[in-house]
Structure formats: structure tokens, C-alpha cells
Design a protein around this ligand. Structure first.
Ligand code: ZN
Ligand code: ZN
Length: 427
């Protein structure tokens, strides 16, 4: 069955007569989210198109040239030493002043023996942005030298949600309000560089159109006839017939009907994250020493004491640290059970929920960023010191596992379960 897609030109509206089968460049493709086979009319580069069944975006009109992306990457690279190494906040306490920057906070975490939590923070704030810059540089250079660009293009699409500079920026705000009650604070030079880096990275991620890069570097013939043997590749979103070795002709990863072991992997990550969420919420996540007196805070008690000084910030932390992780786990449980029991009701709601938690999930890292920064700010030995508790590791691990659980779930299985009570896909 071939349906006509919703088609929204940005600019002047196209009449329905344009969406005919007589168009020379119209093509057949499958939706990567619901597997519907539909006919996509000729789209201009700046136009968007959505799947007629599940409303997933199947053509993205945003496009920046590789030269412009490379210019952004160079600017980001120049800003990085200042954003990460210069002080984000300056703290004045007991006649001395302490500078806190991003790398110092991560180093403090490492020194206290929590290498794993420190590397999670390092990856999301330093590793992923650096990889983004390196990947753009590789594409630009590799395009000239004729290198294999496939692995980098495959990685870029997945990298997007791990660049968490925006969340760290909010974390700086939360940390400064937390610390305000102990000492006088001033923004540092690094903050300006960090804000600029964040804006540039967001702009780059918005305009980085991996699909159009694929089409440019590895052009492929598009299907002109609807055929049930057409499959959509989850790596590069190309719709085609597997090559002789069963691979996607464009990106060379195995082209499967459904993602392998999707349900099992998704369940495993979800159950592990559920287990980690218990110690994450019951054990202390931060420990503060004021005049030698040790005071422990769990996630919830920290939020309650933050609410005394600033309700709005406490609400942000509550949303990121408690509401988001638990909603995510609940939604994933519902989705996986609905696939298991071939549920037919509320499919639209489930799809909206899945998209919502995919979009919102990364914000739960906020609390870890706040802890990392506060640790490097408040460090006065016996008088006033701030360290992280054992819950931090469990919390970080739970957040990463829920992100993976969503990533591993093949959303086409939800449609399969909806469509037929007994169809089984084993590929
Ligand atoms: Zn769809
Ligand atoms: Zn592919």
C-alpha cells in the first residue's frame, strides 16, 4: 500500500496536483519509524516532508554547506580552551577567591575516586562536542582526499543527543544559586566563551543535515516502483534492496527487517536502570561539610533545601532529576509491555510519549553537572567542603541506561504489534 505523504513546503504552498505519480523525481521509500511504504514526491532541498502515518520527519529542509559547517567547527575549536579552561564562576570566601572551571570539576571527581561518574560528565561536555568538531573536520578533509566517510556519517546522527553543553549551561546557573548562600559569586571570563560555544554547537546540530550529506557523498538510485522487498536502513535512512551480502547499499551496515534483539536489549537496559534508580534516590548524592559538621543530602532532600532559597530552581532540578528519569522508565515499561502483549489501543499516544522521552531524556544529566561544578567551587577543607555521595554514580548510570533503552527499541515493533496480533518478525 502506498500512501501520499503530508507535504509542507516552506514558502508557497503546493497544490495537491503536484503530488502525482507522474512527477519525474518522485520516489518510493519507507518511514524509518513505522515502516510505511509511501511515495515521496520531488522535494526541494529546503522543504520538509513528514510520514503520512506516524508524522515522523522523512525529509529535512535544513541544510548548511560543508564549508559553513567547517567554519563553525573551527570557531568552536578556538572557543573550547577558553570555555573549558577559564573560570566559569569566581567565588569569594573568607578573604580568598576560588575559580571554578569545567575541567577542574571533572578532575575533582576523579581525585575523589569516582572515575566512572567523572568520565560520564567528561564525555557529555567535552568528548561529544570534540567528536562533533573532529567529525566535521574529517568530512571536510576526507571529501577532498577521497577517504571513506561512512563511519563518520553513521556516527554523526547518534552523536547529536550526547552533546550536552546546553544542559551544562543551565547547570552553571543552578550551581551558582546553590552556592550563593555560602559565598559571594561572580561570573568568570570562561562563562562568555562557554555560552558562545553552546550557541554555536546548537546551531551546528540544527543545521547539520546528515541525510543530505549522505545524498551528496554517496548518491544512490531511488526506488521508482513500490516493492515489498524494499527495506529502510536505520543507520542512514536509505530505502533500498539489500546488496548481495545483505547490507545497505549506501552505508554498508546489515539491512534488517527489524533491529536485531531490539526488545531484549531494550528490556535489559531498562531493568538495569530501574535497579540503579533505587540506590540513586536512597543514598546521599551530595555531602557538605560546614565547620566540620557533615551533612548528607539525597536527591529529594537536596531539592527540598534548595526550594527554601529558590523555588524556581528547585523545580528545574526536580523536573530533571526525579520527574524525567521516572517518567522515562514508566513510559518504556508501558511501551515494552504493549509490544509484548500486542496491545492495539492508544498507539498514537504511545508514539507521542516515545518521542517526548527521547527528546527530554538527556536533561536528567543536569544534577551530575551541578555536582561536578559545585565540587570545584566549594573546597575549603574543614571549614566548608562539598563532595559527591555514592548515589551520583548510580544516578549517572541509570540516566545513560535509559537513553540506551530508548535508542535500542525499534519503534517499528510498536506498529507491528498494533497491526497484527500474531505476526512475528524474526530476522
Ligand atoms: Zn512513519
Ligand atoms: Zn544504510
Amino acid at each position: 500500500m502506498a500512501l501520499k505523504p503530508k507535504f509542507a513546503p516552506s514558502g508557497k504552498p503546493l497544490s495537491i496536483h503536484h503530488i502525482g505519480s507522474s512527477l519525474p523525481h518522485s520516489r518510493y521509500q519507507r518511514c524509518p519509524q513505522c515502516d510505511l511504504l509511501f511515495q515521496l514526491p520531488a522535494v526541494l532541498p529546503h522543504q520538509n516532508a513528514w510520514c503520512p502515518r506516524c508524522n515522523a520527519k522523512v525529509h529535512n529542509g535544513r541544510d548548511w554547506s560543508l564549508t559553513r559547517l567547517a567554519a563553525m567547527a573551527v570557531t568552536m575549536l578556538l572557543l573550547m580552551p577558553f570555555a573549558w579552561g577559564e573560570p566559569l564562576l569566581k567565588l569569594y570566601l573568607l578573604g580568598t577567591h576560588i575559580d571554578a572551571n569545567l575541567l577542574q570539576g571533572i578532575w575533582q571527581m576523579t581525585r575523589q575516586g569516582d572515575v566512572l561518574t567523572a568520565s560520564m560528565v567528561l564525555f557529555c561536555t567535552v568528548g561529544a562536542p570534540l567528536t562533533l568538531v573532529a567529525a566535521i573536520a574529517y568530512l571536510w578533509l576526507g571529501n577532498i582526499l577521497g577517504m571513506n566517510l561512512r563511519p563518520v556519517l553513521l556516527m554523526l546522527e547518534r552523536l547529536k543527543e550526547w552533546v550536552m553543553l546546553d544542559i551544562y549551561l543551565v547547570g552553571i546557573g543552578v550551581a551558582s544559586i546553590k552556592v550563593k548562600e555560602f559565598a559571594f559569586l561572580q561570573p568568570g571570563i570562561g562563562l562568555l566563551a562557554f555560552a558562545a560555544l553552546t550557541i554555536l554547537s546548537i546551531l551546528t546540530l540544527i543545521h547539520l543535515n546528515v541525510e543530505q550529506l549522505w545524498e551528496r557523498f554517496y548518491p544512490q538510485r531511488r526506488a521508482s516502483q513500490p516493492s515489498s522487498s524494499l527495506r529502510v536502513c536505520l543507520g542512514c535512512h536509505y530505502t533500498g534492496i539489500p546488496d548481495a551480502r545483505g547490507r545497505c547499499p549506501r552505508c554498508h551496515i546489515p539491512l534488517r527487517l527489524r533491529r536485531n534483539m531490539s526488545i531484549q536489549k531494550s528490556w535489559a537496559a531498562l531493568i538495569a536502570s530501574l535497579i540503579f534508580l533505587l540506590p540513586a534516590n536512597l543514598l546521599p548524592i551530595s555531602i557538605i561539610y560546614v565547620n566540620g559538621v557533615r551533612q548528607e543530602d539525597t536527591i529529594l532532600s537536596g531539592i527540598i533545601s534548595l526550594a527554601d532559597s529558590n523555588v524556581a530552581v528547585a523545580a528545574v532540578v526536580f523536573f530533571a532529576s526525579i520527574l524525567v528519569p521516572f517518567t522515562k522508565v514508566l513510559v518504556m515499561l508501558t511501551l515494552l509491555l504493549s509490544v509484548r502483549y500486542k496491545c492495539e489501543q492508544g498507539l498514537k499516544t504511545r508514539i507521542i510519549l516515545l518521542r517526548f522521552i527521547t527528546w527530554i531524556g538527556r536533561w536528567s544529566m543536569l544534577d551530575l553537572f551541578v555536582i561536578a561544578l559545585t565540587m570545584s567551587l566549594i573546597d575549603r577543607d574543614q571549614l566548608l567542603a562539598f563532595t559527591m555521595g555514592p548515589a551520583a554514580f548510580y544516578f549517572g548510570a541509570a540516566v545513560i541506561l535509559t537513553i540506551l533503552s530508548v535508542e535500542w527499541l525499534d519503534s517499528r515493533l510498536l506498529w507491528d504489534a498494533h497491526e497484527s496480533g500474531n505476526a512475528r518478525f524474526a530476522d
